[in-house]
Design a protein around this ligand. Sequence first.
Ligand SMILES: Nc1ncnc2c1ncn2[C@@H]1O[C@H](COP(=O)(O)OP(=O)(O)OP(=O)(O)O)[C@@H](O)[C@H]1O
Ligand SMILES: [Mg+2]
Length: 284
Amino acid sequence: MSENGSAQTEAAVAQSNGAASADSPLVDMINIHKYFGSVQALRGLDFRVNRQEIVGLLGDNGAGKSTLIKVLTGFHTPTRGQIFFDGDEVEIDSPTRARELGIETVYQDLALVPLMSIARNFWLGQEPTYQIGPLKFLDQKLMEESTIDALADVGIHIRTADETVGTMSGGERQSIAIGRAVYFGKRLLILDEPTSALSVGETQKVLDYTFAAKDKGMSVIFITHNISQVHEVADRFTIIEHGRKLGDFTKDEVSQQEVANMIVSGVVPERLRLFDEDGKKENA
Ligand SMILES: Nc1ncnc2c1ncn2[C@@H]1O[C@H](COP(=O)(O)OP(=O)(O)OP(=O)(O)O)[C@@H](O)[C@H]1O
Ligand SMILES: [Mg+2]
């Protein structure tokens, strides 16, 4: 896996050398606040994702992980703060805008539409149509064939795309949702707790899709409570606590155990602490 990783990094560097904003991160969220009435879900959080990087976003229940990615995907408007994407400041005021930027998300709490077929779910919001005279029709045949092919592209094999999603298992649905996001995503894939309902085999597939997205040149934000999974896939970890960032750590500087301890205790090990102009940071 690591050989693969370094080859990809070189490819990313080569690719980005030509781009105008190559030095900037893909995503740079600065001083993000999000209040829901008196609940301060995010309190001045900075969050960065580099190009072709898999970031594990970690923190205890209620830390603000889902809220942070919902701000990035246009689901919530931040109370305060700036978002830069690809070097430019952006206002992501709707999920459609996020998708236009190349961001695809599999949400923790928004599944597929159970009563619709796999194909309809796959193409939801961007259905191909054909026109006869003044009338527009959904191109069912194209949707079904292309869904089978597109899912096969990312390693998911289904016999038919006209089956209703409601009859599928949790793991199968999650596979379709992720396959869809990997297929349509151009720049950034966000997975919020993608494996919480999955078996061991299904989980391994999700980890494979995560690498597939990186191979495609995408960056990935991977949210999970399972430290060993995220340690396997992520290049870097961002740990948040009560709406603030506890720290950023690259995989080679922290062990799985240290990451787990930081999430529970909120304390950064002495050797990893950063200093700022005023002396020690809050967590030091
Ligand atoms: N729509 C909302 N309205 C009011 N409060 C909210 C809303 N969404 C989130 N919160 C609150 O914001 C805080 C952060 O929630 P969030 O869902 O972002 O946490 P999380 O880190 O994703 O947790 P989990 O690991 O349990 O998914 C919590 O206190 C939560 O109750
Ligand atoms: Mg959450």
